[in-house]
Design a protein around this ligand. Structure first.
Ligand code: B3K
Ligand code: ZN
Length: 844
C-alpha cells in the first residue's frame, strides 16, 4: 500500500463552484448523476484533473456537454480538462445493498444511509474527495421510501422525490443522505438571535419512545454553544438519524448527523446511566462540530486533531458544566490512561498530528482525540481563560469557511496573546508519553521542587526534545491546611526547579493537580504522604489520585511480594467512602480499582513481566478484603444511595446508583448474590438490572438471570448487545474465550453488525486475564474472527486489532502466541489496506 505524507501536501488544481447530485435509489443499482462546476484554482500550480472514485461503475462522463473518455485508475480517473471554468457531468452506478464495509452509501435494515468521513464520498461518485475542496451542494433524491433527507435545508419535495440545498460550502466528507421508512421525534429551538430551527430525531418505527433524552441533550448543547462560545446554529433544520449498522459512534454531517443507534436511543428501561451520559456527550460532540469541523474544517487529514481534539475538549467542558466537573475530569483521565497511554507507549504510538499514513481511518485514535483534547486543555491553562476566549473568537472570525491547519490554530493563540508557541507545538509533533520525575528540597523557609522530563523513544522518533508542561501545584501544611493554593508552573526545560519561599515548615506538595498535563508522574511518594493527601487534598483530582496510587502500589506489592491488602489504605478509604458530605459519584470513583491492564503496564515499566492471572487474583483478593472489612458501613451506604424519586439519568441520581453498584458488588461477595438476585428481579431500570446481573455473573449465580434477561430483551438489539458483552467481559479468566466462542454460535450473533461484533470481542479484549489466558485461546479466537470480518468490514476489523497493541508487555510464550496470530492475520490473502497497515505497525 501507498504511504501518504503531510510534507507532500499540494492544493487541488481546481476549485468547485457548485455540486448538483441526483440519486435514483435502488438496493443493487443506485444511479448517481453529478453535475459539478470547476474553475482553475489560483493557489495551485498543477492543473491535473484527477478525481477520486472507488467501486463505481462509470456510465457516462461529459465536460461542457461533450462526452469524454477518462483514463481509469485504481482509485479514480484522469481527464484532460480546460484551464478555465467548466462543467463536469457523470453518471455512475453503485450497489448500496452489497456494501458491507459501511462506508459510502449503504443499507441497514432497509434504510439507505451514508458515511463519508474520511474518504467514503469517492464510493458515491467521482470527486476530488479531500477536505480542502469545499462547495455548496444541491441534492435530489428519488425513491419510494417516505423519508428522504440530505444536508442543509429542504427545498422542495413531491411524490417519490425530495430536494435539499446546503448553502454552507463543505468538503465531501460532510455529505450525507438518508432514505427510509422512519418516524421522527420533532422539536424546535429558537437561537439567541431569534431564528427558529426545526429539530428532528429520525428512528425506525418502534424506537420513537427512546428519543426524548437525546432531544433534550441536543437543545442543551445548542444553548451551551451560544452561551459559552457564542456559536449559533446556521440552518433552518437540524436532523439526527439513528442507524443500527455503523462503524463508530456518530457523524457530524452538516445539518444531518447520523448516529449509531447505541449513541442516541435511550430509555430508563433499556439504557444505563453510563449510556445516558455518553449519549449526552456524543450528541453535544457532533453538534459542536458544526463550528469546529464544519464551518472551519481541516486542510488535510493530518490536521484531524484540529477538529477532533478541539471538539472533544468542548464536549468535556459541556459535560463538566452539565454534571460534576471533578467527576468528569477523573473519568476522562481514567479513559486517557486506559486507552491513550497504552497506544502512546506501544507500537501504534503516533503524534497528535501524524506525519504519514496508509489508511486515514486508522488514525481516528485516542491520541488524536483524547490527547488532542488534553493539548488544548494545557494551552488554555497556559494562556488563561480570558486569552483562550479571545483566541477562539479570533479563530472563528478569521477562519470561518476555511480548511485549516494546526499552524493556523496556533497562530491565532500567538496573535491573541503575543506568546511564542513554537515549543508548545511539539505536543503536536512528538509522540509518546512524557515521564516527569520530581525531587524536593526544603531549606531556610524555601521549598524547591525540581522536575526532570523525559520521553522514551517511540516508532520513528528516537530522540525527543523537552515539551512545555503546565504543572499545577498546591502546597499543604502538616495540619492539612493549604499554604499555597494551586499555582501553574510552566516547565520548558529538560530539568527545571521552582521555588516557594517564606514557608514555616516543609510542606506536603500536591503535584499535577487536575492532571494538568498528560504525563506519567514518576514520584515515589511515601504511603504516609498519599494517605495524607487522600484525607486532606483540596484538589479533588489529586485526592482521588492519592487513593488510586495507594491502590496500585498495594496491588503491585500483593503481586510481586505476596503481601496482603494494605489495611491502612483500606481504612482511610473506608472513612472517605462513608463520608456522606462527599458526592456519591466521586466516592464511587474513589473506590474504583486500577484496571488489570494498568497494573500490567506498571509492572512492565518496573521491569517485571506481568502475569495476568496473578494480577486477576490480587485484584480479586483485594475486592474480597474490601468487602469484608467494610461490611459494617454497607447498610448505611445502601440507605444513603436509595433513590426514591422517579428515575432521572442526571448527575445526582446516577452518582447514587454508581456508588450503590459498588456496594452491591461488596454485598454479593458477602451473601453470594441474595441481594443482587432480589435487585435483579425488581429492577425497573437498566442501570439497576445490569449492575445486579454483573454481580450475579461474578458470583457464578447468573444462570437463571441470564435466561430471564434474554427472554425479556431478545427483541431489543441494543439491550442484547449488553447481554452479549457482559457475559464475556465478566467471565472468569479461564472461561472467557469459551464464553465468547459459544456466543458466536448463538443465533442472535449477527457478526456483520459492528455493535454485536464489538460486544463480544470488545468484551473479550477488555477481560484482561481472559484474553491473555495462558493457552492462547483468546488470541486465536479473536484472530479467527478478525480474519473473517476483514473481508466484509475492514474499518471495524482494523480498529479491533488494537487488542494486540500491548503484546510486548508479556512473557515470551504469550508474545510468541500473539505474534503468531498477528502474522497469521497479515498473511491472509486479500487482506484490506486498513488491517494490513495496523498489523504491520503492530509487528513493528
Ligand atoms: N468525525 C466522526 C468520525 C469519523 C470516523 C471515520 N473513520 C465522528 C466524530 O468524531 O465526531
Ligand atoms: Zn468528532
Amino acid at each position: 500500500p501507498q504511504t501518504i505524507y503531510l510534507k507532500d501536501y499540494k492544493p487541488f488544481g481546481y476549485v468547485v463552484d457548485d455540486v448538483h447530485l441526483t440519486f435514483k435509489l435502488a438496493p443493487n443499482s443506485t444511479r448517481v448523476v453529478s453535475k459539478i462546476t470547476f474553475s482553475p484554482n489560483p493557489d495551485a500550480t498543477d492543473r491535473q484533473f484527477r478525481l477520486h472514485g472507488e467501486q463505481l461503475k462509470l456510465i457516462s462522463s461529459k465536460i461542457n456537454g461533450s462526452d469524454v473518455s477518462p483514463v481509469m485508475l485504481d482509485d479514480g480517473l484522469l481527464v484532460d480538462a480546460p484551464n478555465e471554468t467548466f462543467v463536469w457531468e457523470a453518471e455512475v452506478e453503485i450497489a448500496p445493498e452489497a456494501n458491507t464495509a459501511l462506508e459510502g452509501l449503504y443499507m441497514s435494515n432497509g434504510m439507505y444511509c451514508t458515511q463519508c468521513e474520511a474518504e467514503g464520498f469517492r464510493k458515491i461518485t467521482y470527486y476530488p474527495d479531500r477536505p480542502d475542496v469545499m462547495s455548496v451542494f444541491t441534492v435530489r433524491i428519488e425513491s419510494d421510501l417516505p423519508v428522504l433527507l440530505s444536508n442543509g435545508n429542504p427545498v422542495a419535495q413531491g411524490e417519490g422525490w425530495a430536494e435539499w440545498h446546503d448553502p454552507w460550502p463543505k468538503p465531501a466528507y460532510l455529505f450525507a443522505l438518508v432514505a427510509g421508512d422512519l418516524v421522527n421525534h420533532p422539536d424546535r429551538f429558537v437561537t439567541q438571535s431569534g431564528k427558529d430551527v426545526e429539530l428532528n430525531i429520525w428512528v425506525r418505527p418502534g424506537d420513537e419512545n427512546k428519543c426524548a433524552f437525546g432531544m433534550e441533550a441536543l437543545k442543551a448543547s445548542m444553548r451551551w454553544d451560544e452561551e459559552v462560545y457564542g456559536r449559533e446554529y446556521d440552518l433552518d433544520i437540524f436532523n439526527i438519524v439513528a442507524v443500527d449498522d455503523f462503524n463508530m459512534g456518530a457523524m457530524e454531517n452538516k445539518g444531518l448527523n447520523i448516529f449509531n443507534s447505541s449513541c442516541v436511543l435511550a430509555s430508563p428501561e433499556t439504557s444505563t446511566d453510563a449510556n445516558f451520559e455518553r449519549i449526552e456527550a456524543i450528541i453535544a460532540h457532533e453538534y459542536f462540530h458544526n463550528w469546529t469541523g464544519n464551518r472551519i474544517t481541516c486542510r488535510d487529514w493530518f490536521q484531524l486533531c484540529l477538529k477532533e481534539g478541539l471538539t472533544v475538549y468542548r464536549d468535556s467542558q459541556f459535560t463538566s458544566d452539565m454534571r460534576s466537573a471533578p467527576v468528569k475530569r477523573i473519568s476522562d483521565v481514567i479513559e486517557l490512561r486506559g486507552r491513550q497511554f497504552p497506544e502512546d507507549q506501544g507500537p501504534l504510538s503516533h503524534p497528535v498530528r501524524p506525519e504519514s499514513f496508509q489508511e486515514i481511518n486508522n488514525f481516528y485514535t485516542a491520541t488524536v482525540y483524547e490527547k488532542g483534547a488534553e493539548v488544548i486543555g494545557m494551552l488554555k491553562l497556559l494562556v488563561g481563560d480570558d486569552a483562550y476566549a479571545k483566541a477562539l473568537d479570533m479563530y472563528f472570525d478569521r477562519h470561518d469557511g476555511q480548511a485549516c491547519t494546526i499552524e493556523d490554530w496556533l497562530q491565532v493563540f500567538e496573535d491573541a496573546t503575543g506568546r511564542d508557541l513554537s515549543q508548545f507545538k511539539r505536543w503536536y509533533s512528538q509522540s509518546g508519553t512524557p515521564r516527569l520525575a520530581v525531587s524536593e528540597k526544603f531549606e531556610d523557609g524555601t521549598y524547591t521542587l525540581t522536575f526532570k522530563q523525559h520521553t522514551p523513544p517511540t516508532p520513528g522518533q528516537d530522540v525527543k526534545e523537552p515539551q512545555v508542561l503546565p504543572i499545577a501545584v498546591g502546597l499543604l501544611a502538616q495540619d492539612g491546611t493549604e499554604v499555597t493554593p494551586t499555582t501553574v508552573l510552566e516547565m520548558t526545560e529538560a530539568e527545571q526547579s521552582f521555588e516557594f519561599s517564606g514557608l514555616d515548615a516543609k510542606p506536603i506538595p500536591s503535584i499535577l493537580r487536575g492532571f494538568s498535563a498528560p504525563v506519567v508522574l514518576e514520584r515515589t511518594t511515601s504511603r504516609e504522604e498519599n494517605l495524607f493527601l487522600l484525607e486532606h487534598d483540596t484538589d479533588p483530582f489529586n485526592r482521588w489520585e492519592a487513593s488510586r496510587t495507594l491502590a496500585r502500589e498495594g496491588l503491585i506489592a500483593m503481586i510481586t511480594d505476596g503481601v496482603g491488602s494494605d489495611t491502612l489504605w483500606l481504612n482511610a478509604l473506608k472513612t472517605a467512602v462513608a463520608d456522606s458530605t462527599l458526592d456519591p459519584a466521586y466516592r464511587a470513583l474513589l473506590l474504583s480499582l486500577p484496571t488489570q491492564s494498568e497494573l500490567a503496564q506498571t509492572l512492565f515499566e518496573q521491569g517485571v513481566t506481568p502475569d495476568p492471572m496473578a494480577i486477576w487474583t490480587a485484584t480479586d483478593t483485594l475486592r474480597e478484603d474490601m468487602a469484608k472489612s467494610w461490611a459494617d458501613i454497607l447498610p448505611a451506604l445502601v440507605e444513603e444511595t436509595k433513590v426514591t424519586e422517579a428515575f432521572k439519568p442526571d448527575a445526582e441520581q446516577s452518582g447514587k446508583r454508581a456508588l450503590a453498584a459498588s456496594v452491591l458488588a461488596m454485598q454479593t461477595r458477602l451473601d453470594g448474590g441474595a441481594v443482587a438476585k432480589a435487585q435483579f428481579e425488581t429492577a425497573d431500570n437498566m442501570t439497576l438490572q445490569l449492575s445486579a446481573l454483573t454481580c450475579l455473573i461474578q458470583a457464578d449465580a447468573a444462570e437463571d438471570a441470564l435466561k430471564a434477561f434474554y427472554d425479556q430483551w431478545k427483541d431489543d438489539r441494543l439491550v442484547m448487545d449488553k447481554w452479549f458483552g457482559l457475559q464475556v467481559g465478566a467471565a472468569k479468566p479461564a472461561d472467557a474465550a469459551n464464553c465468547a466462542k459459544a456466543l458466536t454460535e448463538h443465533p442472535d450473533f449477527d457478526w456483520k453488525n459492528p455493535n454485536r461484533f464489538r460486544a463480544v470481542f470488545g468484551g473479550l479484549a477488555m477481560n484482561h486475564a481472559g484474553f491473555h489466558n495462558a493457552d492462547g485461546s483468546g488470541y486465536e479466537l479473536l484472530a479467527d474472527w478478525l480474519i473473517k470480518l476483514d473481508a466484509k468490514n475492514p474499518q471495524t476489523t482494523a480498529r479491533m486489532c488494537t487488542a494486540f497493541q500491548t503484546w510486548k508487555r508479556y512473557d515470551a510464550d504469550r508474545q510468541a502466541k500473539m505474534r503468531a496470530c498477528l502474522t497469521r492475520i497479515s498473511e491472509t490473502p486479500g487482506l484490506s489496506r486498513d488491517t494490513t497497515e495496523m498489523v504491520s505497525r503492530l509487528l513493528g
